[in-house]
Design a protein around this ligand. Structure first.
Ligand code: SF4
Length: 280
C-alpha cells in the first residue's frame, strides 16, 4: 500500500504524546519508506499536539516523529522507537497543518517543535518541514539526542532557531543508559556552539542512574563551555510512560525507581547554576 493511502485514515492530532500509538504504517511498502527517508516527501509521525508550553519558548505545535535508534532505560515514549508505529504524513500535509496555527503561534511567541522519537532519523523530512516553518516566520525548534547531527549541513542547521539537546551523562555509563556512545552527541553540541545556535539542555534526573554529583559537574562544565546554552531543564524521572513498555511487551527495568526528591532536583539545579547556567 502507498503511504498516502494509509495516511488518509489516520487521525493526525493526539490528545498527548502519552497516547499509545502503534503500527500506524503497517502495510506501507518498504520501497515507499526508503524513498520517503531519502527525499523527505513523507514523514512518519506519532502525532501532532497543540498548545504545549514545555517544548521550547511560548506555546508550541509539536510534531512527534517516529523512529529512534537509542533505547534509553527511562524513555517515556517507547512507541516512538519504531518508525512503523508512526503515521505516514506527506510534507504538504504537515505544512498545511502548521499553516493552520501559524498566526496563533506567532501571537503566543511560540513556534514549531519537532520531537520524538528522534527527529533526525528522518532528517530530510525534518529539515524540509523546519525550513517551511521558517519561511512562514514561525520559530523552529528540534528536540534531539544529537547522535545524527552530522546528517545536517551547516546551512540546514541555520534553519533551526533552538536545539533542545538531551545530555544524559558524560561517563562510560552512557552506553548502558541509552545503548549508544556519547561522543557524537558531544560533537554535535560543539558544532552548534561553533555555529552559534541556541541550545536548551535537557537533563533527565534518575535516582541512582544520573544523579552522581561528579558526573553532573562534568556535564555542567561541558555545557557552560559551549557558550550557547540558554538554559538547562532538569527533568525529574517519572513513571508515566511505564504502561507503554508493558503494552509493547518490552522489559522495563526501572519499575522500582522512585521520582527524585525535591532536594535532589534542587541540588542538581544548583550544580548547573554554579557554572553560570540558568537551570530550572
Ligand atoms: S533518545 Fe528519546 S526517544 Fe530515543 S530512547 Fe532516548 S528518551 Fe526515548
Amino acid at each position: 500500500m502507498s503511504a498516502e493511502r494509509v495516511s488518509e485514515h489516520v487521525q493526525l492530532e493526539a490528545k498527548s504524546p502519552f497516547e499509545l500509538r502503534v503500527n500506524l504504517s503497517i502495510g506501507v511498502e518498504e520501497s515507499a519508506v526508503k524513498n520517503a527517508l531519502k527525499t523527505g516527501d513523507i514523514g512518519f509521525l506519532h502525532s501532532f499536539t497543540t498548545g504545549s508550553a514545555v517544548d521550547g519558548p511560548g506555546v508550541r505545535l509539536v510534531a512527534w516523529t517516529a523512529g529512534c535508534q537509542w533505547r534509553c532505560l527511562y524513555c517515556h515514549n517507547p512507541d516512538t522507537w519504531n518508525m512503523i508505529n508512526g503515521m505516514p504524513v506527506t510534507l504538504d500535509q504537515a505544512i498545511e497543518e502548521l499553516g493552520k496555527y501559524r498566526h496563533g503561534l506567532k501571537i503566543m511567541a511560540g513556534g514549531l517543535t519537532l520531537s520524538g522519537g528522534e527527529p533526525l532519523m528522518q532528517d530530510r523530512f525534518a529539515i524540509r518541514l523546519l525550513t517551511a516553518a521558517r519561511a512562514m516566520g514561525v520559530h523552529t525548534a528540534i528536540e534531539t539526542n544529537g547522535y545524527l547531527g552530522d546528517r545536517l549541513t551547516d546551512a540546514e542547521i541555520e534553519q533551526i532557531d533552538l536545539v533542545l539537546l538531551g545530555l544524559k551523562t558524560t561517563s562510560a555509563r552512557h552506553r548502558t543508559l541509552t545503548g549508544k556512545d556519547m561522543e557524537p552527541t558531544l560533537e554535535f553540541a560543539r558544532r552548534l556552539s561553533r555555529l552559534r545556535r541556541k541550545i536548551w539542555v535537557r537533563f533527565v534526573l534518575v535516582s541512582g542512574l544520573t544523579d552522581d554529583p561528579k558526573d553532573i559537574e562534568q556535564i555542567a562544565k561541558f555545557a557552560a563551555e559551549l557558550d550557547v546554552v540558554e538554559r538547562v531543564e532538569v527533568l525529574p524521572f517519572h513513571q508515566l510512560g511505564r504502561f507503554k513498555w508493558d503494552a509493547l511487551g518490552v522489559n522495563y527495568t526501572l519499575g522500582d525507581v522512585p521520582a527524585p526528591s525535591p532536594e535532589m532536583a534542587k541540588r542538581v539545579c544548583e550544580q548547573f547554576r554554579a557554572v553560570g547556567l540558568k537551570a530550572y
